[in-house]
Design a protein around this ligand. Structure first.
Ligand code: CO8
Length: 374
């Protein structure tokens, strides 16, 4: 029998450390000056390109980002390192990513009135996992005393929504009764702090979402998931080559192409219309028009992207109430952005109000959920 499925709680954990645009730019510019001085002859000869300065004003204007959280700040702003200094842990110790996943998971369990015994599936869905196996999800499952199973899935920016799709389908099909989807986005080790075009984009965060049968849900704020929709379309415009074959390629893990890199302007131009069309089709499936959607919890990559997508859908600029922005505080947190927005801005909606959660980005990938406040 088909069951109503609800999101019954979310949890948000953020690191204690932040980096403001000003701090980031000061460190990058000092690094660029050092690099240019060390490579002065080659720059003069035209065999090496000088590194231009970054600017805090550009970053805010181009993206809406004012600061980002970082799991470990030490090292990231050190001109001789330009990489957070995350000490390796013993195999017996909880991994960094499982630890931040658990921080968010515990908050989601409180919000949804659940204990480990109530949950039977853990999905860790994010842009990168710290290792390939054993799955981070199984480590989390073990630490929280959850029986059943867990697995990791990687879909870059759309990992969170695609993870929720899997959770929704399992509960709907009756193969699980309660699924926890966690997005421990530890992005900072993949940020190229030596690259002006991308050094400002990402922040670290962890979000968890509990999805279960409506009949078992007891929390104060529940959203019925009416349907999910996903699409992918191959593009090299957002890419990281970091992976396990790298050693066999004899490539350095510190080469620029191993980090996140993108053609930002192309991504902007191609993804915005794709996302608007996807959303229009998805809400249309429920005979809903854009003005019937009370809240848009959109992916948080760039404030101008969200404004443009909303303009395409609503034919007007969205307010913070229509489509909340969390980028100023969190920056782009890979897959977690739309769920941070949901976590922060969902309690004020009234029973029967419709909302849309949507991610868009690398792959390209777009994932959405049409929800209705219970
Ligand atoms: N300071 C000063 N100037 C700069 C800087 C800077 N920091 N960066 C670039 N500039 C310069 C450029 O070099 C360029 O100069 P010129 O005109 O002389 O060539 C000029 O400023 C304008 O540059 P852009 O055209 O690139 O500027 P945009 O207005 O397009 O803004 C953005 C750049 C903000 C990157 C914008 O294009 C954007 O946000 N695009 C959307 C990209 C996007 O959404 N990508 C998705 C990424 S998230 C994702 O897919 C998840 C991946 C997995 C997670 C990874 C974790 C690490």
């Amino acid at each position: 029998m088909s069951q109503a499925v609800v999101i019954s709680g979310t949890g948000l954990w953020k690191p204690e450390h932040t980096i403001t645009n000003e701090e980031l730019v000061e460190s990058y510019n000092a690094y660029a000056d050092k690099y240019n001085a060390e490579n002065a002859e080659a720059i003069e000869a035209g065999t090496v390109v000088a590194k231009p300065h970054s600017s805090a004003e550009f970053i805010y204007k181009a993206s809406g980002i004012k600061q980002r959280y970082i799991y470990i700040k030490e090292g990231a702003l050190d001109v001789n390192r330009m990489m957070p200094n995350i000490p390796a842990r013993a195999e017996e110790a909880l991994s960094d990513q499982a630890e931040i996943a658990i921080h968010a998971a515990k908050k989601a369990m409180v919000a949804a009135n659940k204990t480990g015994k109530d949950i039977d599936v853990v999905i860790v869905a994010c842009a990168y996992t710290q290792r390939y196996y054993p799955a981070i999800a199984i480590e989390v499952q073990n630490a929280l005393g959850i029986e059943g199973f867990g697995f990791d899935m990687l879909v870059a920016c759309s990992a969170a929504t695609f993870g929720l799709h899997r959770g929704y389908e399992m509960v709907k099909a009756g193969t699980a009764k309660c699924v926890m989807v966690i997005n421990p986005e530890l992005t900072s080790p993949q940020v190229n702090y030596m690259d002006r075009d991308s050094h400002f984009i990402f922040g670290d965060v962890s979000v968890a979402t509990i999805i279960e049968k409506a009949e078992t849900a007891t929390s104060a704020h529940q959203y019925e998931v009416l349907s999910t929709r996903a699409m992918t379309h191959f593009s090299n415009n957002i890419r990281s080559n970091f992976g396990y074959v790298m050693n066999a390629n004899n490539d350095s893990p510190l080469a620029a192409e191993q980090y996140f890199h993108q053609q930002g302007r192309k991504v902007f131009k191609e993804v915005c219309p794709m996302a608007a069309k996807h959303i229009e089709n998805h809400i249309g499936q429920h005979d809903l028009s854009a003005d019937q959607i009370k809240r848009w919890w959109l992916h948080q990559a760039n404030i101008n992207m969200n404004r443009l997508i909303c303009k395409m859908l609503l034919d007007r600029q969205p307010s913070q109430e229509d489509a909340p922005i969390v980028l100023d505080e969190f920056a782009n947190t890979a897959s977690a952005g739309s769920l941070i927005a949901f976590n922060r801005y969902n309690e004020d909606l009234e029973s029967g109000d419709f909302g849309l959660i949507c991610s868009f980005g690398a792959g390209y990938s777009i994932g959405s959920l049409v929800v209705r406040k219970v």
